[in-house]
Design a protein. Sequence first.
Length: 201
Amino acid sequence: MIKNFITHASIFIFRGLLAIIPLLLCFFIIRLLYVLIDKKIIMFVNKYLEVKEIPGLGIMLLLVVLYLIGLVVSNIVGKQAFRLLESLTQRIPLMKTVYGLGKQLSNSLSDDQEKKAFKKAILIKMHNDGPLIPGFVMGSLMSHATGENYLFVLAPAASHPWTGFVMVVKDSQIIDPGWSVEECLKIVLSVGIVTPKEMQA
């Protein structure tokens, strides 16, 4: 009787835990955004203009500022201003490195296919019957000697998808699973927990 009750209770406690994990995750993310972004922005604004500390106001102000910056960089004058800032950062050694890393990150998330660092999500065949490794096509080149097309591929690390191993592989060494870059990023970041429903290849 007691053993059955313990088994019954443990099953439903575990189910309750599984049900509450997404809610807890949402709570911690919201809390993190509030502490790291919302409160900091309100504190900064209060130095120049006194405003009430309303939860979410700091994030809303940040979104408005980002929207305005997006409008500015979308016109010719804004693009020229950012090019000038970029040329200035290229002259400062440490700033050049930091800005370069930031630019690569922003390009990888860009909607512009020409700027995107991650051109395509693929699976890399290490051996004929070996495991398939998720990766991203970064660029390509043609071999003048053989006429074959080679791809520069990043096999990302789970902890940081913008780092990992860079490989040069032949077209025949890759499989196109039909996934978007975003879907493949989710696979890597979740360590395979979040996966697409199907694979075309």
